[in-house]
Design a protein around this ligand. Structure first.
Ligand SMILES: [Zn+2]
Length: 102
């Protein structure tokens, strides 16, 4: 194939990755342990709708030790076996510099 651009128009170099001299961003790894299907255990699911959402704050006791600010009940369907189930999500919505907390 021939390049349709005229010779006077220089080809732009592809810019990939970080600019020269840019620092790496620190990315601490966190583990999410998603809930599995009540029937087959698969964690692949399709979100259907939010059934309810309440600004209820609390702490899930050990071994979770998880602080939450909202509880969200989501109706989902398992992608593996088609089972419908309700996912109860204890979410921590911290107000951050990027406008979190909603
Ligand atoms: Zn399933």
């Amino acid at each position: 194939m021939t390049d349709p651009r005229p010779e006077t128009q220089p080809r732009k170099a592809a810019r990939c990755g970080r600019p020269a001299g840019a620092k790496n961003i620190e990315r601490p790894a966190v583990i999410e342990r998603p809930a599995g299907c009540s029937s087959c255990g698969s964690t692949e699911r399709e979100f259907l709708r939010i059934a309810a959402e309440e600004p209820i704050a609390g702490v899930l006791p050990a071994p979770f030790d998880h602080v939450y600010t909202h509880i969200v009940w989501r109706n989902v369907r398992c992608r593996a076996c088609g089972q419908h189930y309700r996912l109860i999500c204890y979410e921590h919505r911290a107000a951050g510099k990027n406008g979190g907390g909603k």
